[in-house]
Design a protein around this ligand. Structure first.
Ligand code: ATP
Ligand code: MG
Length: 558
């Protein structure tokens, strides 16, 4: 996305300041960042913030960004996730310099570990994990360094190789760094570097049965790639001393870690582990269910990359965590769609209107594609003797200021004529079956010389030309602002009414040609996007967002 003048005037956020200082001082000639997802789930909107930040910095300062899959845990990682992540990053509008995998560094990491053993800075520990945890102590009491720490370099090298060769079972031995068992920072109390796990890896298969821990993979991968600014979220602050320790002792490229606040969004959750539960337990249809806070979910719902970039830009980059209002994201998508969406008329709940004094069968009228974009032109619509209007746009005994249709009352049909309601036809049960109206021939939109002024304008479709479509309307996935911080299970707070299906709405015929990437505003109803479940003879549209923030109003009321 190009920087607009306004963006440039905005003050720098703290990471931009760091980068500018590093470039101005000559510390670096150019910067290199990376986006390091673990391929254990689909990306969510929180990842989008990290993507926009990492790729945005490189773009702004003329650097490069690697896409690195942090795939050091064989059990949870899958190729399906790798593919989805690539698709999502591209869709957001970014291209990586290199596609890399931490697993490609397994050989190098193994060599690094041996290097530390040779320097007397790593040892094989035979204790089970509970014992290791016990010996670590707690933050106010120093831990105990056990006798395995005194093993000779030769013995450690031999045992570590045997670990790699599969001589031991899971959990029988670990490799630990010899740092400081008395440090107030628990991460420095001889942290585990390698664990034994006899499990197939999505890329290396059964080549390895020892896998490096996050702390002994991430910084080293950064260093191998000569990442200048390794940006992660706040929970990694206590890991930073260890990040620096490994790099210093290995004497490798000095990548530096910087931390920013993760994105939290109201009425949803932002953890892959929890999102996976929603999918597996069928609370949603899939990772890309349009109610999911995943990038693929937003995409399917009709969000645009521009709207998500605008959102990332608006929320900025902070050092302290907070909860961002979902309405801000909705504001961004409305802003964008208002500019680009084509206007269409779709009646959700039809009430038939017969225009008794209209003698033609039908005629074509013209309607603007998008009043915000005069260059978008016009489309043709069939107007006829029989049309559908929205049931809620008619009242038999309306209150004052009901500017829609009522007996004896006039209203304009968008881009067509003014009509007046003459008669209401009811069924035996009292429901309205049909309205008999008359139209004012001189009131045709564009050449109105009727002299009449009416307040209301309704959308409508011609009965004869109407195309049936299915609509899916979405609401918040959770009933509470911060489901992760409520008592009990977060799933207790799922909004059971988050999906409403209108199986047969009536659309103007031009929607039959709706393209996969086209954005629509269904006039007076909201923004809509064609769903992938559409096919020949069946069109399904997802409501991306309502026209106005109905939720904010709801909340004020209660
Ligand atoms: P989750 O807890 O959802 O699984 P994660 O941090 O484990 O998230 P990773 O795949 O490890 O997921 O994350 C890749 C990158 O995205 C990391 O640099 C991480 O810090 C960043 N990231 C993850 N969640 C958020 C978030 N909510 N806001 C901003 N950045 C995030
Ligand atoms: Mg992670």
């Amino acid at each position: 996305m190009e920087l607009t003048k306004k963006d440039e005037e905005k003050s720098l956020h703290f990471i931009e300041e760091i980068v500018e200082n590093d470039l101005n001082s000559g510390k670096y000639q150019s910067i290199r960042t990376r986006f390091p997802p673990e391929p254990n789930g689909y990306l969510h909107i929180g990842h989008a913030k990290s993507i926009c930040l990492n790729f945005g910095l490189a773009k702004r300062y003329g650097g490069k960004t690697n896409l690195r899959f942090d795939d050091t845990n064989p059990v949870t990682e899958e190729t399906e996730y790798v593919e989805s992540i690539k698709e999502d990053v591209r869709w957001l509008g970014f291209e990586w310099a290199n596609e890399l995998y931490a697993s490609d560094y397994f050989e190098q990491l193994f060599a690094f570990a041996k290097d530390l053993i040779k320097k007397g800075l790593a040892y094989v520990d035979d204790n089970p994990s509970e014992e290791i945890a016990r010996q670590k102590g707690n933050p106010t009491e120093p831990g105990i360094r056990n006798e395995f720490a005194d093993r000779s370099v030769e013995e450690n090298l031999r045992l570590f190789k045997e670990m790699k060769d599969g001589k031991y079972g899971d959990g029988e031995k670990v490799l630990r760094a010899k740092v400081d068992m008395a440090s107030p920072n628990m991460h420095l109390r001889d942290p585990i570097m390698y664990r034994i796990k006899h499990a197939a890896h999505h890329r290396t298969g059964n080549n390895w049965c020892i896998y490096p821990m996050y702390d002994f993979a991430h910084g080293q991968s950064d260093s191998i790639e000569q990442i200048t600014h390794s940006i992660c979220t706040l929970e990694f602050i206590p890991h930073r001393p260890l990040y620096d320790w490994f790099i210093e002792k290995l004497e490798i490229f000095p990548s530096k870690q910087y931390e920013f606040a993760r994105l939290n969004l109201t009425y949803t959750i932002m953890s892959k582990r929890k999102l996976l539960q929603l999918v597996n337990e069928k609370h949603v249809s899939a990772w890309d269910d349009p109610r999911m806070p995943t990038i693929s979910g937003f995409r399917r719902r009709g969000y645009t990359p521009e709207s998500i970039q605008m959102f990332a830009d608006k929320i900025g980059v902070q050092k302290r965590e907070n909860l961002i209002d979902f309405s801000l994201l909705e504001f961004c998508i409305r802003e964008h769609l208002n500019r680009v969406a084509k206007r269409r008329m779709v009646v959700f709940d039809p009430l038939k209107v017969v225009i008794t004094n209209y003698t033609e069968e039908f005629e074509l009228v013209q309607s603007e594609e998008n009043p915000e974009d005069p260059g978008a032109g016009h489309r043709s619509l069939f107007f006829g003797r029989e049309i559908y209007i929205e049931r809620e746009d008619f009242m038999e005994n309306p209150p004052k200021k009901f500017f829609r249709l009522a007996p004896g009352q006039k209203v304009r049909l968008k881009s067509a004529y003014i009509i007046k309601c003459d008669e209401v036809i009811k069924g035996v049960d009292g429901t309205f079956e049909e309205l008999r109206c008359s139209y004012i021939p001189e009131s045709r939109s564009g050449s109105d010389h009727s002299g009449l002024k009416v307040q209301g304008t309704l959308h409508w479709v011609s009965v004869k030309h109407a195309v049936p479509v299915e609509l899916r309307l979405y609401d918040r996935l959770f009933k509470v602002e911060d489901p992760s911080n409520e008592d009990g299970d977060f799933k207790d707070y799922i909004n059971q009414e988050s999906l409403q299906i209108i199986s047969k709405a009536y659309a103007e015929p031009s929607l039959k040609e709706a393209g996969k990437e086209e954005r629509f505003q269904f006039m007076r109803k909201g923004y809509f996007f064609l769903d992938k479940e559409s096919g020949p003879g069946k069109m399904v549209f997802n409501r991306t967002v309502t026209l106005k923030d109905a939720w904010a109003k709801e909340q004020k009321k209660s």
